[in-house]
Design a protein around this ligand. Sequence first.
Ligand code: 7PJ
Length: 264
Amino acid sequence: MAILNITPDSFSDGGTFYTDKPQLDRVLKYAERCISAGSSILDVGGESSRPGASAISITEELDRVIPVIEALRNRFDAVISVDSSNPEVIRESAAAGARFVNDVRSLQRPGAMDAALEAGLPVCLMHMQGTVKTMQKQPTYTDVVSDVHAWLMRRVDACLLAGFTANQLVLDPGFGFGKTLEHNIALFRDLVQLVQTGYPVLVGVSRKTMIGEITGRPIEQRITGSAMAAAIAASHGAAILRVHDVAETRDAVLIMQTLTQGMQ
Ligand code: 7PJ
């Protein structure tokens, strides 16, 4: 899953694909590169969820993502994912061609679950403690692995009750979303537990603070660390890797798989 931030302020690539409007030429060129490097999903997001980011209006979010989704849909076969928590955005994105909902708020906003359900789209349920504004203030858990696991299972139950089928659900422990480095490491090392639920697991650690904390490197120098982490996540059974650096991640995963399992 390649990350396409249509925002002026994302922590890793803000302003590349959006200034005062979506830069469609740049988005299409970048998407083409991601697809030829091995992406099968393009994750389009209009609202930054970096720690402390402020909210934008629904109209603004729609103006950012809808033209991009339409342009991608007309050009590529890759699955387009919309990274949003808002029912209106989910609904209009589905109408514009999105085939997956990636919601860092796990469909908890009023109307979001119905919007995804009515559109018939699969969803990623991601764990976050607190809100985007407050999550890194003082994250606390009794036992981070079992707390996150139990929380995600409650979201699964809510989705199944609402009418989703099990094969429409993907789980994500939400690295960096209300977690200290220790929490992130514990969740990563125990990823297998989440994989064993049988639901596909999505992992997003690309260029994140935890990679910086481990390596001591600034954002633009976290590619190797991120690719390595993604390969380990894949070896633990992660089904979807949400990344900025598709080619590097693909190489890391391919080498890991070939040298542990032989040629496929
Ligand atoms: C994630 C995400 C993640 C899912 C972001 C960033 C921050 N969606 N959106 N999982 N992270 N599902 O890319 O660093 O980890 S935004």
